[in-house]
Design a protein around this ligand. Structure first.
Ligand code: DAH
Length: 428
């Protein structure tokens, strides 16, 4: 997830899917007790269920808290994540994410005479197969770990990218489509990372008729068309900027690229894309076709376009935030209304083998919610006995009001208690 001060950090983060195994610092064990049937099919196809208190309707499906948050070792979805399900910020025309989504739609509608089908209400509960297998994410890829992804049960996840819908839409014979939606990832806490963010996926399928006349091979044809399309999109959003293409790796595309633009004196990664792996098309019954695909993070771009300094602001219902944006107004600069200072609290402990930073951050978010601004490792050493100590600095800050000492002390006290009881570490 996304900078001015935030920008430096934002830009250095790369996609979870950028390497063959998604090399990250830690992996986490997958719980062994598992249910073999997938609940995503049930959940996302169930058109009706018993009315329950907090049910929400997503993509025509009713979802209750107990469908998503369960006291079961195969489930790692906390309440705070359930509370974000169904908010659909990208479907609000007056919200920066909705304004950006509409501006992208406008580009595609104009450039391709409304040929792209648009989906922005697909259920975020998907099967492991949809999220990973269908887009060829390797079995040992770190993105599949319980440390990185929210599992509802062993076969069902909250989608961690909109690529999860590629295969099903191809099977349904869509050849030009855009999928926008909320995506979920367990992650660190800072101004550019939030466990729920929004992505847009684009796919275009070509037939032999399209490339045969061109005299170039199908892959080069698709790659050229892809680059032209996305350069046009970047100009539509950012104006006449300098751009560059970086070769990269994604499991779902080959060749794969990233587009960067030179904006506000920095190279900014705008999106990932490539020529779709032939295997994905083949499995969807398309043996004579070639396709391109791209994926972009809406917060990342909106933070830059609207000068929004902290990713938590997208969730703010404070009128001083919401009233600054209006339908169709891309790039209006946000004027910060809060300069309340952060309050820092440190916590040190001896870690165990199973310790991960994402698990720590989940505890902090569970207690402090959006008051948690940053969790930063500030000290790390191993003693002669081989015991490793970590010291984290937690920054608490409200975007909307000042916090009292009492309030922060209580939050920190609860964090200490839960860290000790849930993370198998020894406080120092
Ligand atoms: N799914 C990728 C991610 O979340 C983004 C992406 C990259 C999507 C390349 C694509 C693609 O369709 O071709 O990091």
């Amino acid at each position: 997830m996304a900078m001015s001060l935030a920008q430096a950090t934002l830009f250095s983060r790369t996609s979870l899917f950028l390497s063959r195994n998604g090399l990250r610092r830690f992996t986490f064990c997958v719980p062994s007790s598992s249910s073999s049937s997938s609940s995503s099919d049930n959940l996302c196809r169930k058109k009706w269920r018993q009315p329950v208190a907090s049910v929400l309707e997503l993509g025509g499906v009713k979802i209750a808290r107990e469908d998503v948050v369960r006291d079961d070792p195969t489930n790692n979805v906390p309440d705070i994540i359930f509370s974000r399900l169904g908010m659909q910020l990208h479907r609000r025309d007056q919200h920066p994410l909705g304004i950006l989504k509409n501006a992208i739609f406008e580009y595609f509608d104009t450039s391709y005479s409304n040929k792209f089908d648009k989906f922005d209400d697909l259920c975020p509960i998907v099967s492991v197969k949809q999220n990973f297998d269908d887009v060829l994410v390797p079995a040992d890829h770190v993105s599949r770990s319980y440390n990185d992804t929210y599992y509802i049960d062993s076969q069902t996840v909250l989608r961690c990218h909109t690529s999860a819908h590629q295969a099903e839409l191809l099977r349904k014979e869509h050849t030009h489509f855009l999928v926008t939606g909320d995506v979920y990832r367990r992650d660190s806490i800072d101004s550019t990372h939030y466990p729920v963010f929004h992505q847009m996926e684009g796919v275009r399928v070509f037939s032999p008729d399209d490339w045969e006349a061109s005299g170039i091979d199908s892959t080069s044809y698709a790659a050229e068309d892809l680059k032209k399309c996305l350069e046009g999109l970047a100009r539509h959003l950012f104006g006449a900027v300098e751009m560059r293409w970086i070769d990269t790796y994604f499991p779902f595309t080959n060749p794969s690229f990233e587009l960067e633009i030179y904006f506000q004196e920095k190279w900014l990664e705008v999106l990932g894309c490539g020529v779709m792996e032939q295997e994905i098309l083949k499995r969807s019954g398309k043996v004579n076709n070639v396709a391109w695909a791209f994926g972009l993070g809406l917060e990342r771009l909106a933070m830059v376009l609207f000068d929004i300094p902290d990713i938590r602001l997208f969730w703010s219902t404070d009128e001083r935030f919401t009233s600054q944006f209006s339908k169709g107004q891309l790039g209006v600069k946000f004027k910060p209304f809060s300069k309340f200072p952060p309050c820092y609290k440190d916590i040190s402990f001896w870690i165990s083998e199973s310790f991960t930073e994402n698990n720590l951050c989940e505890i902090v978010r569970g207690i402090a919610g959006d008051l948690a601004e940053e969790v930063q490792l500030i000290d790390n050493f191993t003693n002669k006995k081989g015991m490793t100590s970590h010291c984290y600095r937690i920054a608490y800050r409200s975007m909307e009001r000042s916090l009292t000492d009492e309030e922060i002390n209580e939050l920190q006290w609860n964090v200490r208690e839960q860290v000790q009881s849930k993370l198998n570490v020894v406080l120092r």
